[in-house]
Design a binder for this molecule. Structure first.
Ligand code: AMP
Ligand code: MG
Length: 319
């Protein structure tokens, strides 16, 4: 029997009883549990096979709850929360003693987000506790953007995937931390850098492990299909080199018009937003086809293209 269901009351019941539920957000599906339940939080890590050094994002219904979890909120964090919540931005702030150490991997900061999805906002409003929710995929594999992706990963491990349809943004949130009072991007994501800079001025990006020991979990290899995947600028000439193999290609907007290839176009009309929303689903789809190799085209390196290139770089071998 399918574990996918739209029943919010069932999710409330399971979460209240320290069980896990996969929840929809506008970025990707999350594997959610009560942040104050040690049992639930441990199960998030064990179900995902996620290393304990990798902290979890806390999901809340409204920015009002920030005061109850943090010791200090920089002025620019308030501006960002006002501008982008509910939305695809996570803020990393100094935590207070109520936040369990397991959530933050022992760090003195906590990552917090108000997701912009009506089903999960309705769920959060009914719960007397916030939800810890990393992406609902086994550690290192492609993030889920449809309930069926989660079902195929975890049908034997959890009792419900709360169905909220396909994720509209389709890549993870942009994570912003603070050095003193200054915002720093720890992870590029579904909120474009340009939009953030329009609110708080220019910000630096420290999303590589060596650049920022403050952003654990930003591993070089992540989000990976099980099929060998390459990231290139010129897909057509790379495909030629592999003409004896079963080749899948993932292109931004132009078809290669080559019927011997399995091709997915991210957005015919060149919309970055559409491309982002289809990125992971397309990788899931190509991965299912048992190809010998997947060749992905590097996107224009601005707006959401920058975030998608970051994900593709971690998912692939760059040549
Ligand atoms: P996921 O929930 O799988 O999208 O991953 C959450 C990511 O948030 C982690 O891999 C970290 O990079 C980041 N994160 C969570 N908490 C913190 C924190 N306290 N400080 C810095 N980065 C964090
Ligand atoms: Mg993840």
């Amino acid at each position: 029997m399918s574990i996918i269901s739209t029943d919010i009351q069932k999710a409330v019941h399971l979460l209240t009883n320290e069980e896990l539920v996969a929840i929809p957000t506008e970025t990707v599906y999350g594997l959610a549990g009560n942040i104050y339940s040690e049992k639930a939080v441990k199960r998030i890590f064990s179900t995902k096979k996620r290393p304990f050094f990798n902290p979890l994002i806390v999901h809340i219904a409204s920015a009002k709850a920030l005061q109850t979890m943090t010791t200090h909120i920089p002025e620019k964090a308030k501006l960002l929360a006002d501008a982008f919540w509910p939305g695809s931005m996570t803020l990393v702030l100094k935590k207070n003693e109520k936040i369990p150490d397991m959530i933050t991997a022992g760090k003195d900061t906590v990552a917090i987000r108000v997701p912009n999805h009506p089903v999960t906002l309705a769920l959060l409003k009914q719960l007397p506790f916030p939800l810890a929710a990393p992406s609902a995929n086994p550690f290192g594999s492609i993030s889920p953007t449809k309930p069926e992706h989660v079902e195929s990963y975890f049908k034997n491990d959890i009792l419900q995937v709360l169905d909220g349809g396909a994720c509209s943004n389709g890549i993870e949130s942009t994570i912003i931390g603070f050095e003193k009072e200054t915002p720093v991007i720890f992870r590029l994501g579904a909120l474009a850098l340009e939009d953030i800079e329009a609110v708080v001025g220019s910000v630096s990006i420290k999303n590589k492990k060596e650049e920022s020991p403050d952003a654990p979990g930003m591993l070089a290899r992540h989000y990976a299909p099980s099929t060998q995947t390459l990231l290139v600028d010129d897909v057509a000439s790379e495909a030629k080199k592999h003409s004896t193999k079963k080749v899948g290609v993932l292109v931004f907007k132009e078809s290669l018009n080559n019927s011997s290839l399995t091709e997915i176009i991210l957005s015919d009309n060149g919309s970055m937003q559409e491309a982002a929303s289809k990125l992971y689903d397309s990788l899931h789809e190509l991965d299912r086809q048992k190809l010998d190799i997947i060749i992905a085209e590097r996107l224009p390196n601005n707006g959401l293209g920058k975030s998608m290139n970051d994900r593709l770089q971690r998912a692939t071998f760059t040549i």
